[in-house]
Design a protein around this ligand. Structure first.
Ligand code: ZN
Length: 148
């Protein structure tokens, strides 16, 4: 849904006449559209950069299209780093949308660290026990994710 830009973001709901306010509820600054909430939002950027850092990727965040191009290029192979990046991206998109809905519909919110811990725990559970090759790279990744 996110890749196809079919999520009912506030900018789409406003265009359909179903919402008057399209301000991002995650950061309170900026129009809530797909590109903003997953790539341009200050709140989301902090989380994605931290997940990248845990995957031993040190770079700045990019816009939505550039992130997808980067992911399509990098997510090849069966290394632990690729597995973690795939899980990190999928969990990031899922949990950012969930957090947005939590704030809108339940009036509840988590700060960046709270959401990041939730994402990290989801990934840790998925990867636990799947690390078969313990080389230097995997050891560093395993320590970063708490899976060794
Ligand atoms: Zn925002």
């Amino acid at each position: 849904m996110a890749v196809l830009n079919r999520l009912p973001t506030l900018d789409r709901l406003r265009r359909m006449g179903l919402s008057e306010d399209d301000r991002c509820i995650l950061c309170g600054d900026g129009q809530e559209d797909r590109d903003h909430i997953f790539a341009g939002c200050y709140y989301s950027k902090q989380i994605w950069v931290s997940l990248l850092h845990s995957c031993k990727v040190t770079r700045l965040t990019m816009d939505w299209d550039a992130e997808l191009r980067w992911l399509c290029t990098c997510l090849k192979g069966k290394s632990l780093r690729v597995l973690l990046l795939k899980l990190a991206w999928a969990s990031f998109v899922y949990h950012i949308w969930e957090e947005r809905n939590r704030r809108i519909f339940r009036g509840d919110s988590r700060d960046c660290n709270g959401l990041l811990n939730c994402i990290r725990e989801t990934i840790r559970i998925r990867v636990q026990g799947k690390v078969t090759c313990i080389d230097d790279v995997n050891r560093q990744l395993g320590i970063a994710w708490g899976i060794l």
